[in-house]
Ligand binder design. Structure first.
Ligand SMILES: [Ca+2]
Length: 509
């Protein structure tokens, strides 16, 4: 009776600010995400484990923190030896698939650290046509690596575009050597790519095809539809490009003086040519995402937000295509549908744009919706703390499969079912961008939030209850030194608690 087992359909966006969904923000239309939230529970205090792609994506499939699974920063890879949630599902008799963005490996490859998601193999379509091995536990991995028009477009996505008759697909993307017909649209301008070959259409079509195939064989499945939007550079084809008028969107603004009590890398963002050299001292230092000028005109921010809304509405349309297929196959009742983003985004909040190295709620909080009619409470909003490190153990638990001991995330099934109270009293957000610089760790509990900056004299403490905008840093204030001591102790205990215990003690010695 395979079909009675619980399927898991995991849908993710990339770099989505939690507020960009219609049921939270009337400026944007996302009817299908609204429908999913109504069908299930929306968690308004869900946190990433790292505000960048690779570390968090590796945590999503391993149930471990970036400091544990090895892919601690962008430009690193998840070692193939680390067990994944897909491995567990396969051992449990499930079919597994991933369509869209993986980013478990870096864009560069070395002999010691080979990467399949790197040049020139990304563009070797023959290689990908014959690629049949499981990829990190996904027996069917259909991949791409580009955000919007990036030159990384290739792999299965490019093969699919050619199958659709678009041998000229390169005309819609940048080229690495600069030779391209495509000119990146200015903020607010439409991307000329035909909607029928946009990667949203590809992800929906291939996700649905895999669901159909698995269902036809009466196989249960764990399937990840991994969307690329609304990650910058913000661009979207018509009709979505002109769906939202920049004049009608709210543009978040910085509060004058708000960086006065913050670590120095906050104020540096407001300089045209800030000196970031102090953060690029490590051997092997690579780009630090967000270490640069964040100055953009209000007009450009408004255009970007309007485009981002268009990207959300377009992605939502194709999420709807997948949810409709799930319904049409009669699988909605026995499928856990989980929607999340890998981390947040700045659209002008605190004077910041895109990804950054500033652990505001805008960046470290993520949208999270869990739906399974009859199992997870419907039309419910929960403010209990959630972490993306819990996704792997929790989906295994919903499928009735054992959670491997190496997973240090928590099994949240009983809480998501409304059977237990909050299982978490804190979450941890890691960020080791370079070995010693931009190396920070954040502890968030119900009320307070603390960020430690490795071997720096400064730090951050915010009272999220009294100061949800995180404007007042309590770290140095004499009246809050007891609070600081208390939080440091709790942070240390939290860090001890996540030490992995791969096996039980099976004897006295
Ligand atoms: Ca990301």
């Amino acid at each position: 009776m395979h079909s009675k087992k619980t399927n898991v359909l995991f849908i993710t966006s990339d770099q989505q600010h939690w507020y960009s969904m219609g049921f939270l923000n009337p400026e944007v239309n996302t009817p299908n995400l609204d429908r999913l939230a109504k069908m299930g529970t929306y968690f308004d205090r869900a946190y990433t484990v790292n505000p960048t792609c690779t570390p968090t994506r590796a945590s999503l499939i391993t149930g471990m923190y970036p400091s544990q699974h090895g892919a601690y920063s962008l430009g690193t890879k998840l070692p193939e030896s680390v067990p994944t949630v897909g491995d567990s599902f396969r051992e449990g008799g499930y079919r597994t698939g991933l369509v869209g963005k993986a980013h478990f490996q870096p864009l560069a490859s070395t002999q010691e650290f080979p990467s399949l998601e790197s040049y020139p193999i990304l563009h070797d379509l023959d290689f990908w046509r014959h690629f049949k091995e499981p990829f990190y536990g996904f027996e069917r991995a259909e991949l791409a690596r580009n955000h919007t028009d990036e030159a990384h477009a290739g792999q299965h996505y490019a093969i699919w575009m050619e199958e659709k008759g678009y041998d000229n697909w390169r005309d819609y993307f940048l080229h690495r050597d600069g030779e391209t017909k495509h000119v990146r649209p200015e903020p607010g301008q439409a991307w000329e790519i035909p909607e029928e070959i946009h990667y949203n259409a590809w992800i929906a079509e291939r996700t649905n095809a895999l669901m159909e195939e698995f269902n036809a064989n009466d196989d249960s499945f764990f399937l990840w539809a991994s969307f690329f939007d609304p990650h910058p550079a913000y661009m979207v084809p018509e009709p979505y490009a002109s769906m939202y008028d920049p004049a009608d969107v709210t543009v978040p603004e910085m509060v004058p003086g708000e960086f006065d009590d913050k670590p120095p890398h906050f104020a540096l963002t407001q300089e045209r040519e800030g000196d970031w050299s102090a953060y690029k001292t490590d051997e092997g230092s690579n780009a630090i995402h967000g270490a640069g000028s964040h100055l953009k005109s209000r007009e450009e921010k408004a255009k970007n937000i309007a485009t981002m809304y268009g990207m959300m509405t377009m992605m939502d349309t194709y999420i709807g295509v997948i949810l409709d297929k799930l319904d049409a196959l009669g699988l909605t009742q026995n499928t856990l549908v989980l929607f999340a983003s890998d981390h947040g985004d700045f659209l002008g909040q605190h004077g910041l744009v895109h990804k950054a190295i500033h652990h505001y709620e805008d960046l470290v909080k993520v949208p999270l919706i869990a739906s399974m009619p009859g199992v997870i409470p419907q039309d419910t909003r929960s403010s209990a703390l959630q972490s993306l490190v819990d996704v792997a153990p929790t989906v295994l638990s919903f499928a009735g499969l054992p959670v491997p001991r190496v997973m240090t995330g928590l099994d949240m099934k009983s809480e998501w079912m409304g059977e237990t109270d909050a299982l978490r009293d804190h979450v941890i957000v890691e960020n080791r961008h370079n070995p010693t610089t931009m190396f920070m760790k954040t502890y968030v509990e119900e009320r307070y939030k603390m960020t430690l900056h490795f071997k720096q004299s400064y730090g951050e403490i915010y009272d999220l209850q009294e100061d949800p905008g995180e404007y007042k840093n309590l770290w140095d204030l004499p009246e809050h030194q007891e609070l600081k001591k208390d939080l440091l102790l709790k942070f240390m205990y939290a860090d001890m608690a996540i030490e992995p215990m791969p096996m039980p003690r099976i004897s006295g010695a």
